[in-house]
Each structure stands twice: as C-alpha cells, then as structure tokens.
Design a protein around this ligand. Sequence first.
Ligand code: PMP
Length: 461
Amino acid sequence: MTTITNHLPTAELQALDAAHHMHPFTANGELAQKGARVITRAKGVYLTDSEGEEILDAMAGLWCVNIGYGRDELADVAARQMRELPYYNTFFQTTHVPAIALANKLAELAPGDLNHVFFAAGGSEANDTNIRMVRTYWANKGQPDKNIIISRKNAYHGSSVGSGSLGGMVHMHAQGGMPIPDIHHIDQPNWWAEGGDMSPEDFGLARAQELEKAILELGEDRVAAFIGEPIQGAGGVIVPPETYWPEIQRICDKYDILLIADEVICGFGRTGDWFGSQTVGIKPHIMTIAKGLSSGYAPIGGSIVCDEVAEVIAGGEFNHGYTYSGHPVAAAVALENLRILEEEGIVDHVRDVAAPYLKEKWEALADHPLVGEAKICGMMASIALTPDKASRAKFATEPGTVGYVCRDRCFANNLVMRHVGDRMIISPPLILTPADIDEMMRRIRKSLDEAHAELVEKDMM
Ligand code: PMP
C-alpha cells in the first residue's frame, strides 16, 4: 500500500480520500467527483493547502481556533502530558491533576456560582450531558415529570441524537429519528428573515414571549429547562434584538425553569467577554463549552454547572460519563490555551481592538448591492444576501443557491467563509490584527463583487 504523506500529488490524495473517508455534513458522492481541498498545515490565521495556496481562515476552523494556529506551547504540553500520563479516567473514585486544574480554572473564569464542571469530548456530548443532568435534577427534587426542554428552531446544539434533537435543524431531524421525546422548539429571534413589519425590538420581545406561551401550554410542572446559544452560530450568526435575552431571563426566573447557555461558539472570548452570557446579560444555571476551550487543539468540551444544580445532582449517583471525560492530554492542552488567552490578553484584544475595528468595516458592507443586513457581535458576524434590501426580499432560487455562489468565489479567492442558506458568516481567530482584518475584508469585498457580477450575468438578481 502507498505510504500516504503530504508529498503525494493532490489528485492522488483526493482519490484516496474519496475511496475511504466519509465526510461529515457532506454529499460524499458529489465531493468524490470534485475532490476535497487538502489542508496540509497552518500558522496564525492562514491555512496552506496541498497546492501551496495560502488561505485566510475566517472561520477559525469550525469556530474554534481562537488563539490561531501553530502555537508550539500547546504541542509541548501535549507531548509532556502524553509521556507522564497519556490516559486515565475519573470514574471509580479516581482523579488526575489535569482534570483538577482545568475544573478549578474554569470555576474561576466562569461568572457567578458556575463552579462545577462535567467534562466531555466536545459540544454534542456536553449537551447530551445537559439533557440528562437537568432531567435528573428535577427527578432528584421529586419532580420527574418536569422533563421537557425548550429550544429554538434553527438552533444548533450538536449532532448526536440527543444534542441534534435539542437543535432545531429540520434537515437533521429528517434523518435518523430525531427529535427524541420531550424536546419542544419555539421560533428563533431572526428579525431579518422573520420579523415582517415589526420593529426589531418588538420582534425580539415577541419571540422571547413564545417561551412563556410554551410554558403555559405545556405546564410549568412539565418544563425542565430552556437552552439557547447567546448568539446563534451555525444557524447563520443570528444576533437577536437587544430585547430578547432579558425577557427570556425574566421568564425562566418566573417559572422556575433552568437556563442553559450553549457557549460552544460564544465562549472563550468570541463575543468580547469570556462568555457570551456576559455579553447578552444572562445568568445561566449551566453553560455548554467546547471549541475555544482548547482552541480546537484537542477534543474537549463540558458543562459548567451552578452550585445548586451540582448539589442536587451530587445527592445521588449520576449514571453518566464518557471514556474521554476530562482526558488528561486534552485537559492539559485546554489549560495551556486558557493561559495563553489570559496572559496574552486576547479577550481584551477582542473587546478593545479587533472587534471594534471589524465592526466598523463589517457594517460598511451593508452598502454593497448584494448585502442586506450586516450583523456582528465580537468576532462573529453575518451578512444577509438579498436581491432587494428595502423589502428584505429572498432570492427566487432555492435558499442557499446564492450563498453557494458567493462561497465559491471566497474559495477561489483563498478565503474560508461559510454560507448558511443565503447568509454569509465569519468567525475568525481572535488574534486577528487590524492589518489581517483589512486583508480579510479585501478578499470578502472582492468575492462579493464577483458573486454579484455572476448573479447579474445569470439574471439571478
Ligand atoms: N453547540 C454549538 C452552539 C455548536 O456550534 C456546536 C458545534 N458547531 C456544538 C454544540 C457541537 O459541538 P461538537 O461538534 O464539538 O460536538
């Protein structure tokens, strides 16, 4: 068999990939025809592919490489930890130093009384933990029927059966028997697409009040928790109107409903605070974390849990856990990543330098003939593509067709930018300098201009 290395020609690597590798969220037959782009290395905010092209990664991998690529410190820590203790679990009355240290650090960083951490290998697993934890919490308190979790349509909480059920992605639900029972979805606060004639403020309130309506319909004694991403990420970087989250908090408080903030994207500096909950002003009982926790250098996630919930769960045995809960190498890497975020002032850099600079440039995109709203929160941002700004019109083509045209132009211009339907989104590494932002915006504008010209030529505008 051929030894497969970076030195093989791209076409050969693509053929070997297509022969044996099934890609996530991909029409694999179609990709096999086209050939996947082979990424060979990365440094800072740039990827290099097998053709030697330098690609600006405006998605930070999958929203995760917060500190940027190529930090040797994390590699060194991983190697050291692998030599010392490559694996041990924290089941059966044992523990180890990386898990202890990381849990303590997270308790220090997390707001309020979010002081307890249950580890997982990623965000999906952590949200599965949350489903079982909030139901167990109410059962331990003598209310086993208080087990419905309310989420939102177009939310993303992961791809396992549990977390995919929490999410509100219809195309996911259509495959494999989701959602599981006792998950209820209300409408999302996406003003651009669904706000009609309402002002954003009124719309934000109305969408939050759907939670109250759902609780009253389902029964206060049946609803365990509400889960939401402070800013919806995979749904298209939907920044809710400012009226939304305070009303959700009021409703959760009034009806004694646990609030779960899914911080998998928003956490660890992306919104300009350590956590998105702080940016939108909510006090969750549980936060889901992953991605930026290790900047993607090692697979790790978890749930940060408040004192009261942790205490009730501790009242019995919680029959739950993963082989890689608190994996020592991943935990050590995460701890080093948090050290870098903190000591290099990266969250401050986002708040004081990168995000304000990006905001100014980003919002100016609304002048482009293809762009409707341009929304941004910290270092996550979106633009809605539209044939007519004034009426917030949708394209006549299948949703996503125009987004795909635009994404293809980005690809050709060595820029990783994603499309969600006909919204274009970014979530770059947090270390972006103003000069990097200028370069990113230059590529984005070029791609938008080219997409616009193509759409005009094809009579699609
Ligand atoms: N929650 C949110 C908000 C996410 O964005 C994601 C991943 N994109 C997940 C959960 C799932 O995390 P993972 O892919 O690590 O399982």
